[in-house]
Every structure is written in structure tokens, then in C-alpha cells.
Write a protein that binds this ligand. Structure first.
Ligand SMILES: *[C@@H]1O[C@H](CO)[C@@H](O)[C@H](O)[C@H]1NC(C)=O
Length: 118
């Protein structure tokens, strides 16, 4: 398995040790996962805003069973009607696979990401 940073590897190890209590992804300011990556750990049943805006992402570690991701554009945590890319993050979704790159298209920037029970 490839990790972009020691912190990503640590987060992955911790996640595996606790049977998947967060999903981990690398996020990018540009499309197509180009440029510097930042590792983000979204814990099950939480919404995270601290990572700031990003335009593409690559999942690295799956979250807990039946957890679903919500990427907020143009809204923010708390308003699921302004989210998109609602996808299973437990590995059971063909559109959320580790080490694949996903864009939001049209230069859209995500403000926050949640992982909730589906
Ligand atoms: C992203 O990749 C697509 C398909 O290869 C390409 O058409 C597009 O120009 C790329 N976008 C950027 C910003 O590099």
C-alpha cells in the first residue's frame, strides 16, 4: 500500500486497528489529484470543515460499514440538501475506491465532508 505521508500511514494503521472508524483520503486544490496532497481523516458519524476547500480527492482507507460520505457544495455541514457525491465509504461503492481520483467538475470547490450512517 502506498502512503503519501507518515501521518497518512498512521491514520490508516489506527483506522484498521479500530475496525474502520474513519475514512481517509488525500485532497487536492487542483483537478485530477494534481499538485500537493493533504491527508484528511473523516471520522464515522461526523462532519469535518477544518480541511478547507478542495477540488479533487483520492480515497486511501475505507470507513466503517454502512458509512456514507457527503461532500458539501455550495453549502456546509448540516445541510445535506446542498451536498453531492453521496457514496458508500466502506468499500462497497464502485464510485469510492481507494487510490482512484475523483473530481467534482466545473471547478467546483468542496467546503466540508461528512461521514454518516446510511
Ligand atoms: C483532468 O483530466 C481530464 C481527462 O484526462 C482532462 O481533460 C482535464 O483537462 C484535466 N484537468 C486539469 C485541470 O488538468
Amino acid at each position: 500500500m502506498y502512503f503519501s505521508s507518515p501521518l497518512t500511514a498512521l491514520a490508516a494503521a489506527l483506522t484498521l486497528a479500530t475496525q474502520g472508524s474513519a475514512f481517509v483520503m488525500d485532497i487536492y486544490d487542483s483537478d485530477n489529484c494534481s499538485g500537493p496532497a493533504r491527508s484528511v481523516n473523516v471520522w464515522d458519524n461526523t462532519c469535518a470543515t477544518w480541511m478547507g476547500g478542495f477540488r479533487s480527492y483520492a480515497p486511501r482507507v475505507y470507513g466503517g460499514a454502512h458509512q456514507k460520505s457527503y461532500f458539501f457544495i455550495p453549502g456546509n455541514c448540516g445541510d445535506l440538501t446542498s451536498s453531492l457525491n453521496s457514496r458508500w465509504v466502506d468499500g462497497g461503492d464502485g464510485w469510492f475506491q481507494t487510490d482512484h481520483c475523483y473530481n467534482f467538475g466545473n471547478g467546483r470547490v468542496v467546503n466540508a465532508v461528512a461521514s454518516y450512517s446510511g
